[in-house]
Ligand binder design. Structure first.
Ligand SMILES: Cc1cc2nc3c(=O)[nH]c(=O)nc-3n(C[C@H](O)[C@H](O)[C@H](O)COP(=O)(O)OP(=O)(O)OC[C@H]3O[C@@H](n4cnc5c(N)ncnc54)[C@H](O)[C@@H]3O)c2cc1C
Length: 668
């Protein structure tokens, strides 16, 4: 499970909680992350109980990565059905299979999982952490609390605001024992209260955009047991029909564009008739519509996401769009993650409050992109009633399905929100901003700009050089998860440049440092006696000095920024082992956690796994150090797994310091 961040460990004193309005996926995710990061939360929902209505039938790869970071991958694997392809039909025939393979992630799937299940799993985890939803309380408004004047409307001197006082009314008339209204004080307030957000209205933010004429009809439908394919789209000139199977059943969640030419009233019967018409000539002998709902669609975004640095809008409260492309839930939980790690740092006094301004700077463009993507998908495919477009779609779908793998991958990665790039003005330093980083032109062709600042740090498999020889490889994300809520530094050290000193090679002189003996704690061995006489392949002294300088900078931040040194790049089998020993000599804490008070070793030495080929024949170092063979490179990774900045190891300390000092205090 996730370890609370080092900085939160002593923060047990009574403080105002973060108030979370709404317990949809966005509010639940925000509550979960904040709780894991040691921030007290209170979650309020106007509903008397969890929603059971039909909404998102699944979530995407990026959301699964996020769940995995907070230790929930196994739980969500158990309740979801991973899909690797979507099948396209026209006139009853399969015409194409769109592959979801090849996305550069540990989870290259679309996960079919009803939203009710997603919310249930999140609620259960929260309950384990002692957080329960306050059902039946409707948020009605707020006041800012200032120290001098107390609570009052219109107090807008931001610097003086110390809390938010939120008003709730009891939404459950029959609960007579409850007061009619309550006021709760919170350090911050997150408006995760959906499309009709009262928080947004109370903030005075506009919700500009437009209403879409065509509606979406959705229903739970039982079909013949042998109806093929769990994820399918059927093209028809009257509008597309999508169907996603519910795990372990013959039941599908079916949705169809519902325009002015469709029956005025949506009933189980009219829905069944429409499906038979659009799916013909498929026989569908046992089609049985269990329930239906009609959704009006809008495309809107809040004019601003936050007010006075205390209240923030997330999820559907901040943006809505058509369900085409399956984006909404995913967008919401990632909003939640983006604000939660920043709030946690600010709440614990580790970051400057201006870090919170980057929430809107980063997330507004992402919402704009998603609104555009879903608009195009909906108007040009799902809802199109143009015969010409239906003809074109029918003939381009097979072409799209057989497009080069790279193109297909790009499309899937985009839809799975894996290609988000937080841009230059955000909380990421870019190369041009004095980073002294020269990227070979061909590296972006090879790595597809996977590792540029602002992109998410891709995951890979490594070996822990301090673990027993036969220990299992681990994923970098597991190491990052151990430090959730913290920045982390990864240094890729190219062992190909290590010089062997042949006369001095004598492995027998360093038996206690062999990985096979790792169960013997080095704490019992005086640091000075660590085999300084051991000589094999050695890195240049300047490299060790550069690592030391970087570590000195990291230690200036209350020792809570973990460092992973990832060895790669030598064809000699013993070289990585030998270089690891050299690093252990200089950084004993990399070998034994008892050198530190932190929850897990702050320095770890890993070796890239040649068999951990990620994609396009590149292992982890091939992605991160691709253009820099012979150089050692450093990456600063943000708490949400996005790359903050990168550069050569020489000077990495300054670069990391410059970046962190612009937002992060860390009690220096
Ligand atoms: C038919 C359909 C299909 C969809 N398909 C997909 C899909 O395939 N993929 C995808 O990613 N998304 C999909 N979505 C979108 C997805 O369901 C939403 O984006 C998601 O539910 C947003 O989550 P949220 O937590 O932001 O808001 P919501 O889920 O709306 O939750 C808001 C919560 O706030 C509570 N609340 C509201 N007002 C107040 C108040 N004043 N005080 C206290 N509590 C309040 C509500 O009771 C509710 O529990 C679909 C939606 C629909 C309708």
């Amino acid at each position: 499970m996730v370890t609370a961040p080092f900085y939160a460990m002593n923060a047990m004193e009574e403080r105002d909680p973060v108030l979370i309005i709404g317990s949809g996926p966005t509010g639940l995710m925000a509550a979960l992350i904040l709780t894991e990061l040691g921030v007290p939360v209170e979650v309020y929902d106007k509903s008397p109980k969890p929603a059971s209505t039909w909404r998102a039938p699944g979530f995407n790869a990026r959301t699964m990565e996020l769940f995995a970071r907070y230790g929930l991958a196994e739980r969500f694997s158990a309740v979801s059905e991973p899909r690797n392809e979507l099948t396209v039909y026209a006139e009853g025939k399969q015409i194409a299979q769109l592959s979801l393979y090849g996305a550069r992630t540990e989870f290259p799937h679309l996960f079919l999982c009803p939203q009710t299940e997603t919310e249930r799993v999140l609620r259960e985890r929260l309950a384990e952490l002692g957080v329960y939803i306050q059902w039946g309380w409707e948020f009605t408004g707020y006041d800012m609390v200032t120290p001098s004047a107390g609570t009052g409307r219109g107090k807008r001197a931001t610097a003086a605001i110390e809390a938010v006082a939120a008003r709730f009314q009891c939404a459950e008339m029959e609960l007579h024992h409850r007061p009619r209204t309550i006021v709760r004080r919170g350090a911050y307030l997150l408006g995760c209260d959906g499309a009709h957000s009262r928080v947004r209205k109370a903030m005075g933010a506009a919700f500009g955009g437009r209403r879409i004429d065509t509606k979406i009809a959705a229903g739970d439908v039982e079909v013949d047991a042998d109806w093929p394919n769990a994820g399918r789209f059927s093209l028809h000139p009257d509008g597309m029909v999508g169907a996603l199977r519910v795990k372990g059943s013959h039941c599908y969640r079916v949705f169809a564009a519902w325009g002015e030419n469709d029956p005025a009233e949506l009933t189980n019967e009219t829905f069944a008739a429409t499906l038979r018409h659009r799916l013909a000539p498929e026989p569908l002998a046992n089609l049985n519509v269990i329930s239906t709902s009609l959704f009006t669609l809008q495309e809107r975004r809040a004019s601003y996401y936050s007010i006075d640095g205390r209240i923030f809008l997330c999820g559907d409260a901040a943006h809505i769009h058509s369900p085409a492309g399956g984006q909404g839930l995913n967008l919401g939980v990632q909003d939640a993650e983006n604000i939660a790690w920043k709030l946690a740092l600010v709440y614990h006094g580790r970051a400057n409050a201006k870090l919170l301004d980057t929430y809107a700077i980063e997330r507004v463009p992402v919402a704009n992109d998603v609104i555009e993507l879903s608009h195009n998908l909906f108007s040009k495919t799902m809802a199109s009633t143009s015969s010409m477009r239906a003809f074109l779609l029918k003939h381009t779908a097979p072409f799209l399905a057989s497009a080069p793998r790279k193109l297909q991958r790009k499309r899937f990665e985009q839809a799975a929100q894996l290609r988000i790039r937080y841009s230059a003005d955000d909380n990421v330093a870019v190369d041009e901003d004095g980073c002294r980083w020269e990227n070979a032109w061909w590296s972006s062709l090879l790595t597809d700009d996977l590792c540029v600042p602002g992109a998410r740090a891709v995951d890979g498999v490594v070996t822990d050089m301090a673990a027993a020889v036969d220990s299992q490889p681990l994923r970098v994300r597991q190491w990052l998860s151990d430090h959730c809520g913290n920045y982390a530094v990864m240094v890729f050290v190219d062992c190909g440049v290590a010089a062997v000193e042949p006369d001095l090679v004598d492995k027998s002189r360093a038996p206690q440092l062999s990985r096979a003996h790792s169960s013997t704690s080095l704490s019992s061995v005086a640091a000075s006696s660590i085999s300084s006489s051991y000589r094999g392949a050695r890195l240049a002294r300047t490299t060790i000095d550069e690592l030391m300088m970087l570590l000195a900078v990291l230690r200036g931040y209350v020792e809570c920024i973990p460092l992973a040194i990832i060895l790669h790049g030598s064809k000699q089998p013993d070289t990585q082992e030998s270089v690891a020993q050299q690093i252990f000599e200089h950084f004993p804490a990399a070998y034994d956690s008892s050198f530190d008070d932190a929850p897990s070793p702050l320095i770890r030495v890993f070796a890239d796994q040649p068999q951990g080929m990620l994609f396009d024949g590149l292992a982890l170092s091939g992605i991160y150090a691709c253009a820099h063979s012979g150089k050692h490179v450093a990456y600063l990774v943000r708490p949400d797994g996005y790359i903050a900045c990168r550069g050569p190891l020489a000077g990495a300390g300054d670069q990391v310091q410059t970046h962190l000092d612009s937002y992060i205090y860390y009690g220096k």
